[in-house]
Structures are given as structure tokens and as C-alpha cells.
Design a protein around this ligand. Structure first.
Ligand code: ATP
Ligand code: MG
Length: 261
């Protein structure tokens, strides 16, 4: 069974897309079969995978509206070893059109079910809001990974997101769980970051990943070259951190699989 992980946080600029691209690349570097689904009209995961978002004929918008199959819209970007369901600004229109549709929150789940067997990991990059697109991602997913910057308001947004996850779990997606909380853009010299990180560990001891993503300029540069950081500078601290995160995820999941067997 493939792991379908929504990478979500309604707060903007916390490292969702950077995590999506670099985790997808790191998992595929370990020979896992990976699909990255871009559910953000900003199309940052698409661009960061080296795909020009404004030259696409089919995108996740067409898939959500039932105008194309997921197979028709998926591509394999030149610079990556993962497949991509790309997105661009058209997705804003889909968000509005979806409100009128039946089973509006399950459109992505239904689309993914057609290709799920072909992948070990399906990562869904969410927009910075709790809208219909994020809802589609959370209904399609088995778990949610929450990237967070360790700063003053981080915990406040977290409870709203966790409440949403709980509501979805109680209604449309009983198997949804919190995959983990990921500390991103971490600067160990910053006292506030250390304080917030400490609070996270106290409140969510089992859910915070051991791996911490450091602030690293190579991670910020890589998308402008249209490639994941392991292709751009594989010795950088950002590349090493995302490879470590992939390792931590694989160990957790393999342990869980042994426990079930
Ligand atoms: P949005 O909510 O707009 O979708 P996001 O949560 O997807 O944003 P990113 O786009 O991944 O966040 O990151 C925001 C900015 O911070 C980007 O310019 C990105 O390159 C940069 N960035 C992300 N992670 C790091 C890091 N660990 N070190 C340095 N820069 C980073
Ligand atoms: Mg993003």
C-alpha cells in the first residue's frame, strides 16, 4: 500500500514546497517510486521541479474537474526521478468550480486511486490555506506532514490545523493521522527557535521528527535552477537534512509495517 502524505500548513512560507520537492527527490534516490502532486495554484512545486508552469496543457486542475485523467496530466520532469502532477494558476478556478460539484472533497482521492498501486510514496503539496484544495489533499491522504518554522506564532496555527485534521478524521477520512511535525529553516543560534522547538517536543514528543531542516541558502537557490537540492548541491547541509528525513520516514514506516505483520 502506498503512503499518501499531504504536506500542509495554512501558514505561508514555512517550507511546505521545499519539503515536498526535496523529500520526493530523496525518497526517489533510495529507489522508492514517488509521485508529487501539486495542489497549489502558485505552482511552486511544479517550477521547482524544472517545469514551466505556464506552458502546460493539462494540470491538476483538469484532473480535479474531471476533464482529464491523472495519467494524461502526469509528467516525468527532466531533472527529477519522480513523477509530477503539475499545477498553475488555473487551479484557482478549480477551487471555485469544485464548490458546485458532487463529492467535491473526494475528487483528488478518486483520481489518485487510479495510479496509487504504481507508487511507494505520493506527496501532495498544499496551498497556504485551509480551502477546498487542502481539503481534497487531506481527504486523499493517509497522513499529514506539517512543516513549521520555530517562531512565536507557529503553535497558534498548529492547533487550527490539528482541529481540521481531527474533523476530517471523524467524517470523511477515518484513517487520516498526523505523520509528523517537521522543524524547518532552523537556526540553532536563535533563542526563540530553540524555545519553540523545546515546546514542540514537550507537547508532541512522538510526533516531532528527530531530523531538523537547517536554514540553508542552497535550498533557497535550487528552485531557481529547477532542480531538487540533491541534484543542485548534494553536499549542502540542506541536501543532507532531506536525505536524513527520508531515512527517518522509511525507518518509521518499515517499523510500523513489521508491527502490523
Ligand atoms: P507557501 O505557503 O507560499 O506555499 P511554503 O510553505 O511552500 O510557502 P517554501 O516555498 O518551501 O514555503 O519556502 C518559502 C521560502 O523559504 C522559499 O523562498 C524557499 O526557497 C525558502 N526556504 C525554504 N526552506 C528553506 C531552508 N531550509 N533554508 C533556507 N531557505 C528556505
Ligand atoms: Mg508552497
Amino acid at each position: 500500500m502506498s503512503m499518501i502524505i499531504a504536506i500542509a500548513n495554512q501558514k505561508g512560507g514555512v517550507g511546505k514546497t521545499t519539503t515536498c520537492i526535496n523529500l520526493a527527490a530523496s525518497l526517489s534516490a533510495t529507489k522508492r517510486r514517488v509521485l508529487l502532486v501539486d495542489m497549489d495554484p502558485q505552482g511552486n512545486a511544479t517550477m521547482g521541479s524544472g517545469v514551466e508552469k505556464n506552458q502546460l496543457t493539462l494540470t491538476s486542475c483538469d484532473v480535479l474537474l474531471g476533464e482529464a485523467s491523472i495519467d494524461q496530466a502526469m509528467i516525468r520532469p527532466e531533472n527529477t526521478d519522480y513523477d509530477l502532477l503539475p499545477a498553475n494558476g488555473d487551479l484557482t478556478a478549480a477551487e471555485v468550480a469544485l464548490l458546485e460539484m458532487q463529492e467535491r472533497e473526494s475528487r483528488l482521492r478518486n483520481a489518485i486511486s487510479a495510479v496509487e498501486d504504481r507508487y511507494d510514496y505520493i506527496l501532495v503539496d498544499c496551498p497556504p490555506s485551509l480551502n477546498m484544495l487542502t481539503l481534497n489533499a487531506l481527504v486523499a491522504a493517509r497522513s499529514v506532514m506539517i512543516p513549521m518554522q520555530c517562531e512565536y506564532y507557529a503553535l497558534e496555527g498548529l492547533s487550527a490545523l490539528l482541529n481540521t485534521v481531527e474533523k476530517i478524521k471523524q467524517t470523511v477520512n477515518p484513517e487520516l493521522k498526523v505523520e509528523g511535525l517537521l522543524r524547518t529553516m532552523f537556526d540553532p543560534r536563535n533563542n526563540l527557535a530553540n524555545d519553540v522547538s523545546g515546546q514542540l517536543l514537550v507537547h508532541f514528543p512522538d510526533q516531532v521528527y528527530h531530523t531538523v531542516i537547517p536554514r540553508n541558502v542552497r535550498l533557497a537557490e535550487a528552485p531557481s535552477h529547477g532542480m531538487p537540492v540533491i541534484k543542485y548541491d548534494k553536499a549542502s547541509s540542506g541536501a543532507v537534512a532531506y536525505l536524513a528525513l527520508a531515512g527517518e520516514l522509511l525507518r518509521r514506516h518499515e517499523k510500523a509495517a513489521v508491527a502490523v505483520a
